[in-house]
Structures are given as structure tokens and as C-alpha cells.
Design a protein around this ligand. Structure first.
Ligand code: ADP
Ligand code: MG
Length: 688
């Protein structure tokens, strides 16, 4: 595509330039014409306005003429009245003339003597006639006075009419003058407008002429350009034809290119998806390897790890007898503990010993790899073992300002599962159970006195479950605190003295971590059992009776059963006596197989507790020599041969612990380290 555009772009550039100059000239011409037409438009507007004014003046003139006509009508009326008045005057004159004639006749000398007799006869008649004439005269006189009055009024009216007619005439004259003036003005304006119009038209004409000239010149230039353009046009036509052909061919080429591109894309998609598959496969393999490595690491540390924590002397325990330091530590070896018992120094070797000043955080760091392995689907048990008051609850639950393993483990699980998002989706649920006198109580249920049973899953998987056990899903520290508070409350409601009761029962916090990987479809399920065991102190059989004796028997039974189970597992017995106690039965799936167990043996530093401390440490030593799962390290083999295969407790003869010289211990440690290194190398080569 790019090549095609380059081929025809050169001739096009040249012709385009020429075209551009023509177009620009035309553009100038058009703009001039536009300007002119605007002027003409403005003049037209002005003319219309003037016409409108003329029409207005004409209207005013017509109104004035109408007024004049009206006035003329009034004048004609008045003249008619005047004529009538003149007629009446004439009549009056006639009457006056008659009267005068009468009075003249009356004034003539009477020819009385001559016609006395005859006149006498006639005189009565004459008298009558006279009277009548006089009456007639009287009437005429009255009529005359009325007529005179009328005449005067008419004369007055005539005067007024004459005055108003003269006023009207004057007004007419004024109006005529105004009209003449307005007409003159109008004519002058018309004249000036006409002149203006002529002038503007003339100017526009001149401008148009000059512009036309310029346009003509431009046209001539354009013609010239056209002449020069023709060859360019020819080449353009040629190019156009060529392009047309290419355009005609283009759909076919495009289709071909699209098909090729589609094929390429399909190929690339295929490659990418196979690379993705490969990556996914590798990812799964790496995940399995990581899990294996982690597991191996935990296994190398020992599937059963036994740690020891010595609690500090508390305030109020500073009795003279107790202040003597009975527990000492090896400054060079954090796995060794010395206990002075009846003047003899006993040495105990465990996986790690926490001295009195060890913090909760330090203790948790040692167990956190176990906690995280339950995210990978392993079952884990962490036990706190020891006599009452040795610090089991402190290690497991801690105090609000310094929490113990329980809360720290859940916090760690929250942060670890959130790091695995969004590939993995985890659900963390918790249950709290108490085992007292071999009965199981649901600490998170509505009825804490309700006894629970342990049953085999009906699906034939061999898994155990506790029907009716309450589970809470937790997602935050607030959730954990709420659950713990509920558990404590329920535990306290069922007993009169919580401290005493708690030392006589096992408290279990069961955390289940179920994960699902949406990209691989993998599912995992791990269980973390955090167990605060009942006090391990021996109660002499003779001393205890009634409920105390039953409690002691139950505790003894369950702790012995725990030792027996671990022992049977270590010895790979075909039968492991999980069912001998509720505790081992409940934890069966978390103790067997690939599970991991950590025993935190709590020791009191007080002299009065030394014999119990010896018992606890001996139990720990035996448990430590047991290996859960198929493989066992040489270290475990070497050590297991030196210990009893049967854990003992409370009244059972404790086999003497074979003291190991510190020098021998260090040699063994070095051997173990080299074993660890060997396994590490083999793991690395596996990964490669
Ligand atoms: P248990 O549960 O074994 O009967 P507790 O955990 O109740 O023993 O501990 C007994 C006492 O000792 C408690 O007052 C507790 O606060 C204290 N305590 C135990 N361990 C420690 C420790 N590491 N640091 C400080 N105080 C401790
Ligand atoms: Mg306790």
C-alpha cells in the first residue's frame, strides 16, 4: 500500500499547486462580489426605508386633505344657514315695508266730512276692521319682534360662522403651508436619496468594473495556468487511470492480504495459546514444586516439631524457695535446656527452646511456616502442652495487647490469601470446640451445653465430621475477635470457675482454609487445629475423688491417647488408636498422613514445678522422636532409637531419658545440617 501512494503523489503535487493559485484568485473575486452585493443590499435597505417615509408623508397629507374637506363641508352648511337667514331678513323687510305702508296710510288726513254718513255706516265696519287691523298689527308687531330676535341670533350665528370660517381658512392656509413644506422636504429627501443612490450605484459600478478587470486579468492568468495545466492534467489522467486500475484490483489484493493476515493471526493465536498452555502447565508445575518445596522444608524441620517455652517468673511468685533458677539455657545451642532436679542437671534437646524473655512474635515466627502450609492444603496441629500455669493459654491466646498464636495465625492467613488474589479465592472458616470429660462441646453454637458427636462421612471417604458444629466465615481481625469473644463467653457460661475449668479441658480452635484457583480449576482444603490442652500435672490417685478423679482420668486418658497415637504413627503400626480419646479421634485426619504437628511444651521455671517440668519435657522428647508420614530422616532414625516407643503419662513408668553429651548433640546437628543441604540440592536439581 505505501509504495502505491508514493508512485502517484509527485505529479499530483504540481497540479495541485497550479490549481491552488486559480482557486485562490477565484476566491478573491468571489469575496469582492460578496462585498458588492452586501453594499447593494445595504442601499436597497436604505431605499426601502425612504419609501416607507414617503408613504408616511403621503398618509399624513391624505389625513390633512380629509380634514380640509370636512371643514369645507362645515363652511357650506354655514353658508346655507346664512342664505336662509338672508331670506328671513328679506321677509322681515317686507313685513316692515307693509307696516310702514300701513302707518303711512294711517297718517294720511281723514276725509271724514265728506263721507260722514257713509263713513258712519262704514265706520263700524272700519272700526271693526281697524280693531282687526290693530290686532293684526299687534300680532305682526309681536311676530316682528320675534323675527327681530331671530334675526339677531342669526346674525350672531353668522358672525360666529364667519369667524370660524376665517379661522378655518387660516388653518387651511397653515396646513397648506405645512403640506407644501413637507412636500418640499420630501422632494428634497427624495432628490438626495436619488443622488445618493446614483452615487452609490456609480461607485459600485466603478468598483465592480475595476474588480471585473482584475478578475479578467486573473482569468487570463488562470487560462494561462490552464494551458500549462493541461499536460499535467494529461499525466494526472494517466495516473488516475493507472490508479483506477489499481483500485479495481485493490479488493482482490485486499482480500488476499486479509486472508494472509487472517492465516498469520490464526497461526500467531495458535502459537500464543500453545505458549499460554505451556506457561499454564509450567505455572502449575512450579506451583506444585513450590508446594512440594515448602512441604519438604517443613518436613525437613520435622513433621512433628517439638518446641519448648519457659515462662518467666510472674510477680507474686517470688517465694524464697521458688526464686532459685532451676531452668538454664545453652548460650551456644538454642535447642538445649538444662533442668536442675534434685541436685542433678538434666539435659533436654528439642527442636527449639524459647527462653523466658522470648516474645510472642518470636514464638510465632517459628510456627508461621506451618500455618501457611495449610493454605497449600495440608492439615496442621499445634498443641500447647504442659502443667496448669505453665503458660499454655498465654502462648495460644495471649493477652489483648499481645495476642498469641491463634490470632496471629489467622492474621497471617488473611494476608497470605489476599496476596494470592485474584488467581486464588480462599474461604476461611473457624469453629471452636471444648473437650471436657471426653465430651465435645460446640463453643460457637447457640447452646454451649449441647454435646456433639464425631461421625464418619456418609460419602465413604473415610473423613470424619462433627454434625451440628458451628462454623463462622472470617474475613477480618474484627471477625476473629467477635468469634473469640463468643467462644469465651460460651465457655464461661457452662462453668462456675473458668480458670479451673479451662485447665481441666482441651480448647480447640479449628480453622479451615478452602481455596479455589479460577485459572487452573485447582481446589485445596487445609485445616489448622490450634489446641490449648488441659493441664498435664499428675494428680495422685489417692488424693482425687469424685468429679476431680473423673476429670483427672479423662485428662490422663486423652493425653496418653495422644502419646499412643503419635507413637503408633511413628512406628508405622497398621493400627493407630485414634478412637481411644475424643481428642485423637477428632484430630485423626490432622495427625495422620502428610499432616504436620507442632507441640509447644510449656515449662514453669519455679522450683515447686520441677518434677512436672521433668515429666512434660520427657513426654516432649518422646514425641519429638516420632515421624509422621512416609519418609523419615536419618536424624529421626538416629534419635528414635534412643527413646521409648511407648509414651507414658500420669502413673505410667517414665523411661529414663538417655542424656546426650553437648558435644555429641552438636555433631548430630552438623550431620542434620548436611542432610538438609543434600535434600536442598536434590530439590534444586528437580526444579531445574
Ligand atoms: P496455663 O494456660 O498453662 O494454665 P497461663 O497461660 O494461664 O497458663 O499462664 C499462667 C500465668 O502466667 C498467667 O498469668 C500468664 O499471664 C503468665 N504467663 C505465662 N506465660 C507468660 C509469658 N511468656 N510472659 C509473661 N507472662 C506469662
Ligand atoms: Mg490455660
Amino acid at each position: 500500500m505505501t509504495i502505491l501512494i508514493l508512485e502517484w503523489s509527485n505529479p499530483l503535487n504540481k497540479s495541485c499547486a497550479i490549481h491552488f493559485s486559480c482557486v485562490s484568485q477565484l476566491f478573491i473575486f468571489c469575496s469582492v462580489m460578496l462585498h458588492l452585493s452586501q453594499d447593494v443590499e445595504a442601499l436597497r435597505g436604505e431605499l426601502c426605508r425612504k419609501d416607507e417615509e414617503c408613504r408616511e408623508q403621503e398618509r399624513r397629507l391624505a389625513a390633512l386633505e380629509q380634514q380640509v374637506q370636512e371643514r369645507t363641508g362645515v363652511i357650506v352648511q354655514l353658508q346655507q344657514q346664512l342664505e336662509e337667514a338672508a331670506q328671513r331678513r328679506q321677509e322681515l323687510q317686507l313685513l316692515r315695508d307693509g307696516e310702514e305702508t300701513l302707518s303711512r296710510q294711517a297718517a294720511l288726513p281723514l276725509q271724514v266730512k265728506y263721507v260722514t254718513k257713509t263713513v258712519e255706516v262704514e265706520s263700524a265696519q272700519s272700526k271693526q276692521a281697524l280693531i282687526e287691523a290693530q290686532a293684526h298689527n299687534q300680532a305682526l308687531q309681536e311676530q316682528l319682534s320675534v323675527q327681530r330676535q331671530l334675526l339677531r341670533e342669526l346674525e350672531q350665528q353668522l358672525h360666529e360662522s364667519q369667524r370660524s370660517s376665517s379661522q378655518l381658512r387660516q388653518q387651511i392656509l397653515v396646513y397648506e403651508g405645512e403640506m407644501e413644506r413637507a412636500q418640499g422636504q420630501l422632494e428634497a429627501e427624495m432628490q438626495s436619496l436619488e443622488e445618493e443612490k446614483n452615487r452609490v450605484i456609480e461607485e459600485a459600478f466603478i468598483r465592480a468594473e475595476s474588480e471585473m478587470k482584475a478578475v479578467h486579468e486573473n482569468l487570463a492568468g488562470v487560462r494561462m495556468n490552464l494551458l500549462t495545466l493541461q499536460p499535467a492534467l494529461r499525466t494526472l489522467t494517466c495516473d488516475y487511470n493507472c490508479l483506477k486500475r489499481q483500485v479495481q484490483d485493490f479488493p482482490y489484493m485486499l482480500e488476499k492480504a486479509i486472508t494472509e493476515a487472517k492465516q498469520e493471526i490464526c497461526q500467531v493465536i495458535g502459537e500464543v495459546s500453545s505458549a499460554n498452555q505451556e506457561l499454564l502447565r509450567k505455572y502449575k508445575r512450579e506451583m506444585n514444586l513450590r508446594k512440594k518445596c515448602h512441604n519438604e522444608l517443613v518436613r525437613l524441620k520435622g513433621n512433628i516439631r517439638v518446641l519448648c517455652r519457659v515462662r518467666p517468673v510472674c510477680a507474686g511468685e517470688t517465694d524464697a524457695a521458688d526464686t532459685k533458677n532451676k531452668v538454664t539455657f545453652d548460650p551456644d545451642d538454642d535447642a538445649v535446656l538444662y533442668l536442675s532436679n534434685k541436685g542433678k542437671l538434666m539435659t533436654f534437646e528439642l527442636d527449639k527452646v524459647f527462653p523466658t524473655q522470648a516474645t510472642q512474635e518470636e514464638v510465632f515466627q517459628e510456627v508461621q511456616s506451618l500455618v501457611t502450609s495449610c493454605i497449600d492444603g495440608f492439615n496442621v496441629c499445634i498443641f500447647a502442652y504442659g502443667q496448669t500455669g505453665s503458660g499454655k493459654t498465654y502462648t495460644m491466646e495471649g493477652v489483648p495487647e499481645d495476642p498469641g498464636i491463634n490470632q496471629r495465625a489467622l492474621r497471617l492467613l488473611f494476608s497470605a490469601v489476599s496476596e494470592k488474589k485474584p488467581d486464588w479465592d480462599y474461604k476461611i472458616t473457624v469453629s471452636m470446640v471444648e473437650i471436657y470429660n471426653e465430651t465435645l462441646r460446640n463453643l460457637l453454637g447457640d447452646n454451649p451445653n449441647e454435646k456433639l458427636d464425631i461421625k464418619m462421612c456418609p460419602d465413604g471417604s473415610g473423613q470424619l465430621y462433627v454434625p451440628g458444629l458451628t462454623e463462622f466465615t472470617v474475613e477480618s481481625v474484627e471477625d476473629i475477635n467477635k468469634v473469640f469473644d463468643l467462644g469465651h463467653m460460651n465457655r464461661a457460661t457452662a462453668c462456675t470457675n473458668l480458670n479451673e475449668h479451662s485447665s481441666r479441658s482441651h480448647a480447640l480452635l479449628i480453622v479451615t482454609v478452602a481455596g479455589f484457583n479460577s485459572s487452573t480449576g485447582h481446589r485445596t482444603s487445609g485445616k489448622l487445629n490450634l489446641v490449648d490442652l488441659a493441664g498435664s500435672e499428675r494428680i495422685t490417685k489417692s488424693g482425687a475423688e469424685g468429679s476431680r478423679l473423673r476429670e483427672a482420668q479423662c485428662i490422663n486418658k486423652s493425653l496418653s491417647a495422644l502419646g499412643d497415637v503419635i507413637n503408633a504413627l511413628r512406628s508405622k503400626h497398621s493400627h493407630v488408636p485414634f478412637r481411644n480419646s475424643r481428642l485423637t479421634y477428632l484430630l485423626q485426619d490432622s495427625l495422620s498422613g502428610d499432616s504436620k504437628t507442632l507441640m509447644m511444651v510449656q515449662v514453669s521455671p519455679l522450683e515447686s514445678n520441677v518434677s512436672e517440668s521433668v515429666c512434660s519435657l520427657k513426654f516432649a522428647q518422646r514425641v519429638r522422636s516420632v515421624e509422621i508420614g512416609p519418609s523419615s530422616s536419618s536424624r529421626r532414625q538416629a534419635e528414635s532409637s534412643s527413646t521409648s516407643s511407648s509414651p507414658t503419662h500420669d502413673g505410667v513408668e517414665v523411661q529414663r531419658h538417655k542424656h546426650t553429651h553437648p558435644q555429641v548433640t552438636r555433631t548430630l546437628k552438623r550431620k542434620n545440617q548436611s542432610n538438609l543441604r543434600d535434600v536442598g540440592y536434590s530439590l534444586l536439581s528437580n526444579m531445574k
